[in-house]
Design a protein around this ligand. Structure first.
Ligand code: OXD
Ligand code: MN
Length: 598
């Protein structure tokens, strides 16, 4: 038990509601992790993988009705609907607590209540924050061990008066005495992922999967933290953090905001294709940034591991992720090989001759079904990544030189565009769009505007969030702000073929960004921002037809003009909370495009 009165009172209060058989205070030790693994093996939740192929690793299949984040069941329960804004589902906090109180009542019967104290961020970091998740799921305990820094000591290290985020989670499947448990207990019919931003609370019911259940991740580090960041003058963003070193040994740090399953983990672990350059990983999903004493923005990765989308992770797309997951990892909804290892679509060039698919059915190549669920995941410790940067746990964070934003767009958006300044960059980030993926339940492949890749993760009114970004741009000297770039690796030709090779070749864009940050790197003004001049990208060793590069770096004036009314429509939803500066940016863009069209 942790000696902290407010924490103890809260745990007792929740236990009176949920009626668990026992309360287990977690310490984050390896012994505890192994205990949870043994428990999951006993209950049929987990299968140990072949220790000669995948040491210390387990395989888990979820319920088919519980495979992704559920955005339509995710609520921001701020005091007023206005505060949650038009992009969030809102529910009155008192009514939601009443409704959830009914569901949580007795929901942990027959199970243990695990108290998971954790810190998001490195020890001793002024940017880090503490949280506690109460859960009845051993799967959540093991995943939280990997993804957060779980330890009772986090309370010793913090000021007793300091606030901590309180997360409550139940799979919503009480066990009657003597009843057999299911391999993946959940309550697929009654999922609620609820956030109470004013009181820094999260109540999640019914789902055991990923971002719905590992509350330190999306719920705490993005939805609640975005509100804390607004209140305290910092930034909580859905961004990877990458460290780049050039052949002279100069270092730059870059963040990147991309929607779910758009290659953030691949970019975060990319292998530079230009000799002499080095890319190293700081984080693959979330960045918390605060101003340092020198007026620059410093970022930490609040997480401790990677919860990556498995399908498509291959030698070509992400060798480093494969190496990271070679041991001590959790695999969910992948396929199982006859020798008890895992496989997923794209992992190897040749498909295995037989597998057991994620739904426990025999699988053969050509059977017409994917063997792994498209949102199958690996949970793996960041420290195992062969290219983790030596300073990834620097408590001070790393100074950010550039921010990339972008989505998955087949048309219109060029390979890379540099914003004229922070305000223009905020504008570009606020209109970024992407085709939807399997990371969230719902229709796949639809283009939606996903500002700053935060559409599912911003814990308050998106118009105010834009205003917060603009305010950040006024706090320090312009020269100290990161430069902002709008990128698109996913442009296609008329036959649906990708124009840009992507993956490691994205280094060519990163090199240009690096050079621009140092005052070199050629660029030319265009109506949408600054584009690399024809020779500015280092294309040595890459066989790309000059007309393809030209197309990738051209401004589709007609296409952009056609976007303007849709941007206006996107902006209209924010009403009078849309900052005037962004309205002005849209008018300026339209004016520049019309001039270019003449
Ligand atoms: C994730 C997501 O899991 O964005 O990182 O869905
Ligand atoms: Mn993400």
């Amino acid at each position: 038990m942790i000696e902290h009165k407010r924490l103890q009172e809260w745990v007792e209060e929740i236990a009176r509601m949920c009626l668990p058989d026992e309360i287990v205070w977690c310490d984050g030790s390896d012994r505890e992790y192994q205990q949870m693994v043994r428990l999951m093996i006993q209950t049929g939740t987990a299968i140990p993988l072949n220790p000669f192929k995948r040491p210390n690793s387990i395989y888990i299949r979820s319920d088919p009705g519980d495979v992704a984040r559920v955005e339509d069941r995710t609520f921001i329960c701020s005091k007023s609907k206005e505060e949650a804004g038009p992009t969030n589902n809102w529910a009155d906090p008192e009514e939601m607590k009443r409704l959830l109180g009914g569901l949580f009542k007795g929901s942990m019967k027959g199970r243990a209540l695990y108290v998971i104290p954790y810190r998001m961020g490195p020890q001793g970091s002024p940017i880090a924050k503490v949280g506690v998740e109460l859960t009845d799921s051993p799967y959540v305990v093991t995943n939280m061990h990997v993804m957060a820094r779980v330890s009772g000591k986090v309370f010793e290290e913090m000021d007793p008066e300091e606030e901590f985020v309180r997360g409550l989670h139940s799979v919503g499947a009480p066990l009657e005495p003597g009843a057999a448990d299911s391999a993946w207990p959940c309550n697929a019919q009654h999922k609620y992922i609820c956030h109470f931003p004013e009181t820094r609370e999260i109540w999640s019911f019914g789902s055991g999967y990923g971002g719905n259940a590992l509350l330190g991740k999306k719920c705490h580090s993005l939805r609640i933290a975005s509100v804390q960041a607004r209140d305290e003058g910092w930034m909580a963003e859905h961004m990877l953090i990458l460290k780049l070193t050039n052949p002279k040994g100069q270092i730059r740090y870059i963040c990147g905001a991309f929607p779910s399953a758009c290659g953030k983990t691949n970019l975060a672990m990319l292998r530079f294709s230009i000799p002499g350059w080095k890319a190293e990983t700081i984080g693959d999903d979330i960045a918390w940034m605060k101003f340092g004493p020198d007026g620059r923005l410093y970022a930490i990765n609040p997480e401790n591991g990677f919860f990556g989308v498995a399908p498509g992770t291959s030698l070509k797309s992400n060798l480093n992720a494969l190496l990271t997951t070679a041991t001590s990892s959790i695999f969910t909804n992948c396929a199982l090989t006859p020798d008890n290892d895992i496989w997923w679509e794209g992992m190897t060039d040749d498909e295995p001759e037989e597998l057991i698919d994620w739904l426990r059915r025999p699988w053969k190549p050509g059977c017409g079904r994917p063997a792994a669920h498209p949102n199958a995941r690996f949970t793996t410790p960041a420290r195992q990544c062969p290219v983790i940067a030596s300073d990834w746990e620097d408590p001070a964070g790393v100074p950010i030189d550039a921010i990339l934003v972008g989505g998955r767009r087949a048309t219109v958006i060029p390979l890379v565009t540099e914003a004229f300044d922070w305000e223009h960059g905020t504008f570009l980030a606020s209109i970024m769009s992407s085709e939807t993926t399997f990371a969230a339940a719902g229709k796949v492949g639809r283009v939606r505007r996903d500002p700053m890749a935060m559409l599912p993760f911003c814990g308050y009114h998106m118009g105010d969030y834009f205003a917060h970004w603009l305010k950040i741009g006024t706090v320090t000297e312009r020269s100290k702000l990161p430069k902002i770039y709008y990128v698109n690796w996913f442009r296609q030709d008329s036959n649906g073929k990708f124009l840009w090779p992507g993956f490691g070749e994205n280094s060519r864009v990163l090199k240009w960004v690096f050079e621009r940050c140092g005052g070199t790197g050629e660029a030319v003004d265009s109506p949408i921002g600054r584009l690399p001049t024809p020779n500015a990208l280092d294309m040595s060793g890459l066989d790309l037809a000059p007309d393809v590069l030209e197309e990738l770096l051209s401004v589709d004036v007609e296409g952009w003009l056609a976007e303007v009314p849709t941007i206006r429509e996107h902006y209209e939803q924010f009403g009078n909370r849309l900052p005037k500066a962004l309205e002005r940016q849209l008018l300026l863009l339209e004016e520049r495009l019309r001039k270019a069209a003449r």
